[in-house]
Design a protein around this ligand. Sequence first.
Ligand code: SAM
Length: 189
Amino acid sequence: MTLMVLRLGHRVGRDARITTHVGLIARALGADGVVMSGQRDERILEALRKVTETWGGPFDVSYEADWLSFLRKAKEEGKMIVHLTAYGLPIDDVIASIRSCARDLIVVVGAEKVPGIVYRLADWNVAISSQPHSECGSLAIFLDRLFEGKELSKDFRDAKLRIIPMKRGKKVVRLKGLEPRKDLSKDTT
Ligand code: SAM
């Protein structure tokens, strides 16, 4: 099963930070890639590719101007569409069937008002509580419930840097090329 996140309706400037975070969350929490739509924003695409180059992948980053054709084609190919929206069915009621469908998934998150066609094309409109909040919060919880926490120990390939977990301080090692990075760990007590 592959899982791609489709970010709809990006607005340059206004959504820069949130859209970047959608991509970072998608990568860190187990998605195979992110497809950006709305206004094209090369800086965000580049920043996400750079993160993948540094911290590992695979993680695909692309832009799709015609998100509707993208979704229709995905359906024709047998992929299933999950749309995260406060107006959908509670995640607890649908996550088991999404997990067991064993098909490739497109997970759609909005920015501005999401067009009605997305609600109709979606195989599941999923609410992470029936309260409005954020695409970052809903995506993170959705991925964690789908992968049941296993995404937190996912292996990333071809990383240049890796964080070594520490009780206190920071330790980052360089995996390729040069000598180990300066050990930044320090006791903060
Ligand atoms: N006002 C917009 C609308 O009516 O469609 C929603 C804007 S909201 C800030 C941006 C995105 O966050 C939504 O499109 C949806 O993907 C996600 N989102 C916000 N609250 C959610 C919730 N409770 N459950 C699932 N997704 C949510």
